[in-house]
Design a protein around this ligand. Structure first.
Ligand code: PEP
Ligand code: MN
Length: 344
């Protein structure tokens, strides 16, 4: 942390800053210029917010040298980390998210019925995809929208997973549901609306399953990494980040897909990052182009919504790919993955 004093700051003001720096557990070092004094605070210090030094008399500005996240950052873990899932005997090999192979997760927004989930799973399997997505607890913007089938939906996911030999990702919206969701799912999703639900993040940190953490639609990359930090700090190192679009002034898509989130996360963090082109686009027409862009930008995987009959979907039908479109996209993605030195 670097504290720049104002021109003409008095010796008393400087002494007060130094005293406060020591009180916070840092060591102060000086750089006395012709016009200003710069004080660097060295060390890790106590957890108290050092930003408050900025309000002391005589202080002009304060700059952090280290990022506020530690466990999620590359200082702590310079190499890329990967999140592994055990395979399903005879059906799916071990899946490693963050390794050379790009991991596709696909399925309907929500489990709606036995028939719908079986049909969707058949499409996923046919495309050679190992991880099926499907929500049982749906965090909907309106309380009048379909909220998901809850535990009944989880049970259906459990059955379909077994029958098709698939792995699954599904969302938990309350800490009370974690154990239940973990029984039926290989990856627990924390949705965009819950990215800063700190009780939920802490609960996710205590579960022995990988967590897919989606970026909130109003959150910065730094906030995403601080939310990941909550999970990591509780002892769960298996965190996968997900860019799913952010809210901007543009209204032609549901959210604006922030492709730069991928290289920025890769720069600051060792955690794997995947992209959700479906919730960013909000319309199926744009899903393929965004998927291709995400893989080209270095995403470690994709979370894609598909539906056997999008016109009948109880949620997010507009953005769901039909089976044939999804098959077509898988072919395109193979080409993009190979162009950036990866496999699919
Ligand atoms: C979802 O994956 O179905 C979902 C609700 O996504 P998000 O949290 O990104 O809106
Ligand atoms: Mn959805």
């Amino acid at each position: 942390m670097i504290v720049v004093m104002k021109r003409g700051a008095t010796p008393e003001e400087i002494d007060r800053v130094v005293a406060e720096i020591s009180r916070l557990g840092f060591t102060a070092q000086f750089l006395k210029g012709e016009e200003r004094t710069v004080i660097s605070a060295i060390g890790t210090g106590i957890a108290a917010d050092p930003q408050r030094l900025e309000i002391l008399p005589g202080v002009d500005s304060l700059t952090r040298v280290l990022k506020p996240f530690k466990l999620a950052g590359r200082d702590h873990h310079p190499g890329d980390s990967t999140v592994s899932l055990d395979g399903v005997e005879g059906c799916v090999e071990r899946v490693e998210i963050g390794a050379n192979r790009v991991v596709i997760m696909a399925g309907p927004c929500a489990v709606e019925s036995e028939e719908q989930l079986y049909e969707a799973a058949a499409v996923v399997k046919e495309a050679g995809v190992a991880v099926m997505r499907a929500g049982a607890f749906k965090p909907r913007t309106s309380p009048y929208s379909f909220q998901g089938l809850g535990e009944e939906g989880l049970k259906l996911i459990g059955r379909v997973k077994k029958e098709f030999g698939l792995l699954s990702v599904t969302e938990a919206v309350s800490p009370d549901h974690f154990d239940l969701v973990a029984e039926y799912s290989d990856i627990i999703q924390i949705g965009a609306r819950n990215m800063q639900n700190f009780a939920l993040l802490r609960a996710a940190g205590r579960i022995g399953k990988p967590v897919l953490l989606k970026r909130g639609m109003m959150n910065t990359v730094e906030e995403l990494l601080l939310s990941a930090e909550y999970i990591l700090a509780e002892g769960n190192s298996r965190v996968i980040l997900c860019e799913r679009g952010i809210r901007t002034f543009e209204s032609s898509t549901r959210s604006t897909f922030d492709v730069s989130c991928i290289p920025v996360c890769k720069h600051y963090s060792h955690l794997p990052i995947i992209a959700d082109p479906s919730h960013a686009a909000g319309r199926w027409h744009y899903v393929s182009a965004i998927s291709r862009a995400a893989i080209a930008a270095g995403a470690d995987g994709l979370l894609i919504e598909i539906h056997p009959y999008p016109e009948r979907a109880l949620s997010d039908g507009k953005q769901a790919l039909r089976p044939e479109k999804f098959q077509e996209l898988m072919g395109e993605l193979r080409g993009i993955a190979s162009a950036v030195g990866r496999t699919l």
